[in-house]
Design a protein around this ligand. Sequence first.
Ligand code: PGA
Length: 260
Amino acid sequence: MAKQRAKLVVGNWKMHGRLADNKVLLQAVSQGAGSLPEAVGVGVCVPCPYLAQAQVLLNGSRVAWGVQDVSAHEQGAFTGEVAAEMAVEFGASYAIVGHSERRAYHLESAELVATKTLRALEAGLTPIVCVGETLEQREAGETESVIGMQIDAVLTKLSPDQALRIVIAYEPVWAIGTGKTATAEQAQAVHAFLRARLAAKSEAAAAGVVLLYGGSVKPDNAEQLFRQQDIDGGLIGGASLKHIDFLAICQAAVAANAVR
Ligand code: PGA
């Protein structure tokens, strides 16, 4: 059996939140996560203006925080962009890169996502690299070629040591925010494919890189997904905005760890 990797559950708030609501949510998540075993990591990726709030409310807790994107540049005349180093100044640990909403609405290329991944790593953040196919691509039998292209663009830019420090999130575009989850078998098949792709880079990366599933993960489907051999946790959108649901998903990771 493969080496047991730690489980990880990360919330992606997207463009949601206001100071007052965030306070209630972050305090509840921080308190609830306090009783989780060490083997399950918890994080929340908040909109940039709320980084300082996350830092104040989560500092010293079991919950790490991060951003949902970073600039490909270190600094300079890039109006509206946020540098990875800026997030680090607020104690961030994670940066989501290449989310399908950014690939689709901001026309981010695989090459740009790879550069952002490298930038995040160089700044000391853990990039959560998102990959995933559209429904059209799945139905055309292109899932592996699309995901292979997306992940290879990133891996070719990284040294073997850097490849070990990324997290990958498989998020089928057709499952995001739609209520349609990939079945555990469908998700596991893609995760196994991703692990094989990592093995081409290094055996250490294949064994050690944490692979998350994302796309309509809810308390009632999380454990089944997290029990799969190559699924090490989840990237949670909608359900991360409700502390009861988010904490229940964290508990599902604990339960899945116990049986896997
Ligand atoms: P969802 O979003 O859980 O709301 O489907 C997941 C994501 O986009 O990261």
